[in-house]
Ligand binder design. Structure first.
Ligand SMILES: [Mg+2]
Length: 114
């Protein structure tokens, strides 16, 4: 890829964009969704089957690439995606035991638990 930044998400997004360009492909949403679903299934299967950590990580990276493909197909740019990643990090970092609790397999807002 050209000009790696050392920022893995930005580099992956840029590489994905260049990959589509190299094959002269304009990503289409339904194709990207199908690819994402296939890759999501592969990482789930790898984890459930007790595959090596290397293989599970490889499949997870495929999920990231195909999620980026969905973003491109839907017109979401690299900077907007990265901005949202940091928004999620900020939201997660703000969650505490006072605001959230692990309930039925998920960390949920305390106020949403009946
Ligand atoms: Mg895969």
């Amino acid at each position: 890829m050209s000009n790696p930044t050392g920022d893995s998400l930005r580099d992956l997004a840029q590489s994905t964009q260049e990959f589509y360009r190299r094959f002269d492909v304009q990503p289409e949403l339904e194709n990207c969704i199908q690819n994402f679903q296939e890759e999501a299934r592969e990482v789930i299967d790898a984890a459930r089957q007790g595959s090596s950590q290397e293989h599970i990580a490889e499949e997870a990276a495929d999920v990231f690439v195909t999620a980026i493909g969905i973003c491109y197909a839907a017109g979401v740019g690299i900077d907007q995606l990265i901005e949202q990643v940091y928004a999620v990090i900020g939201k997660n970092d703000a969650k505490t035991h006072e605001t959230h609790v692990f309930h039925e397999g998920k960390i949920r807002r305390r106020s949403s638990i009946a």
